[in-house]
Design a protein around this ligand. Structure first.
Ligand SMILES: NC(=O)c1ccc[n+]([C@@H]2O[C@H](COP(=O)([O-])OP(=O)(O)OC[C@H]3O[C@@H](n4cnc5c(N)ncnc54)[C@H](OP(=O)(O)O)[C@@H]3O)[C@@H](O)[C@H]2O)c1
Length: 195
């Protein structure tokens, strides 16, 4: 069965965005988790999808222009993700959204549809976020692996990645890697118990 791999960038105190609604400490939204070779589908929550689509469409259309979240021109790795995203099916978990600009985007209404997606043949599936979706899919036991890039700062007020998580769950460390700029990439396999 294909794995569902959640991957997010967060501060040392577990925030994925500051009080103003963006993680302004993240310099680029590229795949810095090494996921691209092993995935061929993305799952996202309805909360983040419109902003995600807007961000990567802007890069696809005008690759030299500064983008709205980082305020900088896209990095080479962001350009690579923009190309990858354009040709990769995206599945948006939402009971309210009905349309998307990207032709390869479709909508999932229930968690059972995520379980069915995992049963289909293919490479692994990347769970891009956001916070509530990641928390609910972990609680439902649908996430197989968690990759976190931890930034060297305490963000203070802001949106916590696990604010809506309901169940305690053990994790098994698979890899720890120090990245540029004091960041650390942690790869966990989801444990079965609540240790
Ligand atoms: N730092 C990072 O690496 C990172 C990565 C990704 C996103 N983000 C941030 O995350 C924020 C968005 O997170 P969020 O928590 O507000 O929203 P979200 O997780 O993107 O979306 C929440 C929505 O997803 C749908 N949903 C979630 N669980 C569901 C379930 N079990 N069944 C049915 N539908 C479900 C619902 O949509 P409906 O209401 O339409 O039903 C819900 O309102 C963005 O601001 C983005 O910047 C950060």
């Amino acid at each position: 069965m294909r794995k569902l791999i959640a991957a997010m960038k967060m501060s040392a105190d577990g925030k994925i965005e500051g009080p103003e609604g963006t993680a302004d400490w993240v310099e680029a939204w590229s795949d810095d988790y090494g996921l691209m070779p092993q995935v061929d589908a993305c799952v996202l929550g309805g909360g983040m999808y419109p902003g995600y689509e807007q961000y990567w469409t802007a890069i696809q259309k005008e690759p030299e222009k500064p983008v709205w979240i980082t305020g900088s021109a896209p990095t080479p790795a962001e350009l690579e993700w923009a190309r990858f995203a354009a040709q990769t099916p995206h599945y948006v978990l939402s009971s309210t959204l009905t349309s998307a600009l990207w032709p390869k985007t479709s909508f999932l209404r229930k968690l059972e549809e995520i379980a069915a997606l995992k049963q289909r043949p293919g490479k692994d599936v990347y769970l891009v976020g956001g916070a509530r979706t990641t928390a609910s899919l972990i609680d439902a036991g649908l996430v197989d692996e968690l990759r976190l890039i931890v930034y060297p700062l305490i963000a203070g007020r802001g949106k916590a990645l696990f604010a809506t998580t309901e169940r305690r769950r053990g994790l098994e460390v698979r890899n720890v890697q120090q990245l540029r700029g004091g960041r650390v990439c942690l790869i966990y396999r989801m444990g079965q118990g609540a240790r």
